[in-house]
Design a binder for this molecule. Structure first.
Ligand code: SAM
Length: 288
C-alpha cells in the first residue's frame, strides 16, 4: 500500500484492569494523528493513565456512517488514525465495522493492535472445548426471542458464547433452562480482570440456582459460555432443514402424526424428532 495514505489501527484497550494494554498500543495511541473513540470521555481516563494527550473524535453507533466517511478522507490525506472502543476489541459488539469495511474497500491499510477481549478471556479460562466455538454477541432482549435463540443453539455441537448484561442475566438463564437440558455445562464469567472477577463452571441447573440466590452474581458484566451438545448424542441431533419440515408439519397435525411423517420425509431418528417437537411446543407455549 502506498505510504502517502494514512493507516487505520484497530486498537484493543482493557476490559477492566488498566494494565491489560500492550506496549505497542500505548506507543501507537501517542503517535497517531487522531484517535476515533466510542466515548471520548471514557477513553480520556485511559489516556490520562498512560500520559497520552492526543486529538479525539467520537465514533459511536449513532454517527458511525457519517464519521467513517470523514475519517476515510483523513486517511486519504495521509493522517493515521487509531480506532478504540470503550473496552476490549473494537467491532466485537462495539462500533467500528462500517469504518473498517469502508477503509478496506477503499484499498487502504487496516492494522490490528490486539489485546483484551472479554469473549477470548472468558474462553481461555472456561475449561470448555475451544477448537470450534460460536460467538453470538449479546443475547436477544426479549424472552421469546431469547427462547428461539436457545432453541436454535440446542443441538449445536460446538461451544457457544454470548454477552449478557446485569439486568438480563437471571432472566436469560431462566429462559435457557426452559430449552437447554439442566445438566448441560455452562460457564459464567463475570467482571473479568476486575476486583470481583468470578468464573463459575457448573451445570445449567446449578448455575441458575447460584444466580437466583446470590445477588452479587447479578452484578457487573457477563460472558456466558455453553458447552455444545454432547458428541455421543450426535445421532440425536437434527438439522435446521429437518426442524423446518417438522415445524411445518406441527402446524397442521398432532405431535404424533407430525413426528411420524417427519421420520418418513427426512429420515431423521424418531426419538430426536419427538424431542425436537416437544421443545418446539414448549417454546410456543412459553411465547403465548
Ligand atoms: N468489545 C468488547 C470486547 O472486546 O469484549 C465488548 C464490548 S460489549 C459492548 C460489552 C459486553 O462485553 C458486556 O456487556 C459484557 O457482556 C462483556 N464484557 C466486557 N467486559 C467484560 C468483563 N470485564 N467481564 C465480563 N464481561 C465483559
Amino acid at each position: 500500500m502506498s505510504t502517502e495514505y494514512g493507516k487505520l489501527y484497530v486498537v484493543a484497550t482493557p476490559i477492566g484492569n488498566l494494565a491489560d494494554i500492550s506496549f505497542r498500543a500505548v506507543a501507537l495511541l501517542k503517535q497517531v494523528d487522531l484517535i476515533a473513540a466510542e466515548d471520548t470521555r471514557h477513553v480520556k481516563m485511559l489516556l490520562q493513565h498512560y500520559g497520552i494527550s492526543n486529538k479525539l473524535i467520537s465514533l459511536h453507533q449513532h454517527n458511525e456512517d457519517k464519521a467513517s466517511v470523514m475519517l476515510l478522507e483523513k486517511l486519504r490525506s495521509g493522517e493515521s488514525i487509531a480506532l478504540v472502543s470503550d473496552a476490549g476489541t473494537p467491532l466485537l459488539s462495539d462500533p467500528g465495522m462500517p469504518l473498517v469495511k469502508m477503509v478496506k474497500d477503499a484499498g487502504l491499510d487496516v492494522v490490528p493492535i490486539p489485546g483484551a477481549c472479554a469473549l477470548i478471556a472468558a474462553l481461555s479460562a472456561a475449561g470448555l472445548p475451544v477448537t470450534r466455538f460460536c460467538f453470538d454477541g449479546f443475547s436477544p432482549r426479549t424472552s421469546s426471542a431469547r427462547k428461539s435463540y436457545f432453541q436454535e443453539r440446542l443441538s449445536h455441537p460446538s461451544t457457544w458464547v454470548f454477552y449478557e448484561s446485569s439486568h438480563r442475566v437471571l432472566a436469560s438463564l431462566q429462559d435457557m433452562a426452559e430449552i437447554i437440558p439442566l445438566d448441560r455445562q455452562i460457564v459464567i464469567a463475570r467482571e473479568l480482570t476486575k476486583l470481583h472477577e468470578t468464573i463459575v463452571k457448573a451445570s445449567l441447573g446449578d448455575a441458575l440456582e447460584l444466580v437466583e440466590q446470590n445477588d452479587n452474581m447479578r452484578k457487573g458484566e457477563f460472558v456466558v459460555i455453553v458447552d455444545g451438545a454432547a458428541v455421543d448424542k450426535k445421532e440425536q441431533i437434527i438439522t435446521d432443514e429437518q426442524k423446518r419440515i417438522l415445524s411445518a408439519l406441527l402446524r397442521e397435525c398432532s405431535i404424533k402424526s407430525a413426528v411420524a411423517m417427519a421420520v418418513e420425509i427426512t429420515g431423521a431418528k424418531k426419538k430426536a424428532l419427538y424431542q425436537a417437537a416437544l421443545d418446539m411446543q414448549k417454546v410456543k407455549e412459553a411465547a403465548i
